[in-house]
Design a protein around this ligand. Structure first.
Ligand SMILES: Cc1cc2nc3c(=O)[nH]c(=O)nc-3n(C[C@H](O)[C@H](O)[C@H](O)COP(=O)(O)OP(=O)(O)OC[C@H]3O[C@@H](n4cnc5c(N)ncnc54)[C@H](O)[C@@H]3O)c2cc1C
Length: 450
């Protein structure tokens, strides 16, 4: 068992809400098991890169960051077993030079394996490769009844599916076994497509369907004929023959960036005008065509600026990430963009991505977020106007059969949760079976009555 947790102020990446939580920092899996068995109520926390309240529990929050050991690697099939607190940035630094890459990566490398599994993260390749959980062979889970269970597609199958995307509510993930994939170089062959409106953007996604990775940075404040204009990027891992001889390998870094936002930017700086001007500039500077870029710039552009979450001011910000099904998706997106541009408090850059139906339809995480369709992610500062706007956006999303991403959410109501996650009752039953007193809880689970 680790020493009694010191009380600290914690938040997610959006810096709202903030909670005072006793933070347990076990240094070994055995200590984590002791902590988990002793706490009256707790939640595991990785690197705090979920945006809202998912990794906060004011009775006890257990940091996994010291549980970061590599346990096994098979260089024949790329099967890696590691403790759940291993940071993706460390994994990349170790394995990319050896020709291996994670099967799915989110838009930041400062996340842990446990956090990736608990949120069942998706990447720019969801339309082809599904979610992170699709590539996890097995994991060990300390449950609320004190028992450590090994879970896979053949062992404790229900618990396996509840834990993938289960936001830490089935227990503490201790170790993860996943398949890495072979790459020949650390370079990505990237194509940039400039799209003048939403129809061009959606058509560009269709045209890029066979590209392994695709994502669009969308100007969510553009109005009229330019609504939905975007820069769409698609790419693939470059083969050795695509990289000019003599090209130096990109410098791999695990350290936080030198360029940082040093202070909380006052909220008045981010008004409709400045954000609109920034978005217009970004759109104009995008150069259509193909280029070779290193994987860090392709996958993690925001990681280049440290503490960028201070850009939205002291009160923090919320990321609104929704998905709407393909049928009716275009209309839903147009309605959402109309609401955002009329509201004027939208984010610097919104991200649009096309999801596929996943690798294991009907077998994925019970609370996993993706569904075949379009996902839009927009940042809003924490203001009453933005919260009213998001309520309007909820109606559009719910009306089209869509839902919100729990790893980003800080404000959804329990009604919307219940209506949009059809396997919620099954999820709750599985949690209760292994945690009869429901000791694994978070501010998110209480807010959403999970
Ligand atoms: C810049 C940025 C870009 C992002 N891009 C994407 C993206 O493209 N796709 C995407 O899907 N997500 C994305 N995210 C979200 C991020 O990938 C997820 O929120 C991820 O869960 C964060 O991992 P973490 O280790 O920081 O976990 P935390 O934020 O600390 O925790 C997240 C959840 O995981 C649970 N958890 C963490 N560790 C464990 C464990 N060992 N056992 C049990 N439960 C655990 C926590 O209880 C919590 O519910 C992005 C976030 C940022 C800041």
């Amino acid at each position: 068992m680790s020493a009694a947790g010191r009380k600290v102020r914690l938040s997610g990446w959006g810096r709202s809400p903030v909670a005072i939580c006793p933070l347990l920092r076990p240094g070994t899996v055995t200590e984590a098991i002791g902590d988990g068995r002793n706490a009256s109520s707790l939640i595991a926390r990785g690197n705090g890169r979920s945006y809202g309240d998912a990794s906060l529990n004011s009775a006890a929050t257990l940091s996994t960051l010291r549980l970061d050991r590599l346990l096994a690697f098979d260089p024949v099939d790329g099967l890696l077993t590691a403790e759940a607190g291993l940071l993706l940035s460390d994994l990349l630094a170790l394995f990319v030079p050896r020709g291996w890459f994670p099967p799915v990566t989110p838009g930041t490398r400062f996340v842990t394996l446990g956090g990736m599994l608990a949120a069942d993260v998706h990447g720019k390749n969801h339309h082809i490769d599904g979610c992170f959980g699709d590539h996890v062979r097995e994991f060990e889970l300390l449950c609320g009844d004190g028992v450590v269970r090994r879970c896979s597609r053949s062992q404790n199958v229900d618990l396996f599916r509840a834990t993938i995307g289960g936001m830490g509510l089935t227990g503490t993930i201790l170790t993860v076994t996943l398949s890495l994939r072979r790459i020949e170089t650390p370079w990505i062959l990237q194509q940039t497509v400039r799209c003048r409106d939403l129809d061009e953007t959606l058509a560009a996604f269709e045209a890029a369907r066979s590209a392994p990775y695709s994502v669009a940075w969308i100007d969510c404040l553009a109005k009229g004929g330019g609504r939905g204009r975007a820069l769409l990027y698609h790419g693939e891992h470059a083969s050795s023959s695509a990289v000019p001889t003599g090209r130096r390998a990109p410098r791999l870094t695990t350290k936080p960036p030198r360029l940082r936002v040093p202070v909380d930017v006052p909220q008045w700086v981010l008004n409709g005008w400045t954000v609109q001007a920034f978005n217009a500039l970004y759109y104009q500077q995008g150069r259509p065509g193909s280029t070779l870029i290193d994987y860090q710039h392709f996958f993690y552009p925001l990681d280049a600026i440290g503490d960028w979450n201070r850009l939205y001011g002291r009160r923090g910000f919320v990321q609104y990430q929704c998905v709407v099904p393909t049928a009716g998706g275009r209309e839903a997106l147009l309605q959402l963009l109309a609401l955002i541009s009329a509201g004027g408090s939208g984010s610097f850059l919104a991200v649009l991505k096309q999801f596929g139906s996943g690798c294991t339809p009907g077998q994925g995480g019970l609370l996993s977020f993706p569904m075949a369709g379009y996902t839009l992610a927009v940042d809003f500062p924490v203001t009453p106007a933005a919260f009213s706007l998001m309520l309007e956006m909820d109606k559009v999303v719910a009306g089209h059969g869509g839902r919100l991403y729990l790893a980003k959410d800080a404000r959804m109501g329990s009604d919307m949760m219940r209506a949009s996650y059809p396997d919620l009752d099954r999820f709750r039953a599985i949690c209760s079976a292994v945690d009869p007193d429901r000791r694994y809880r978070s501010l998110l689970s209480e807010r959403l009555a999970l």
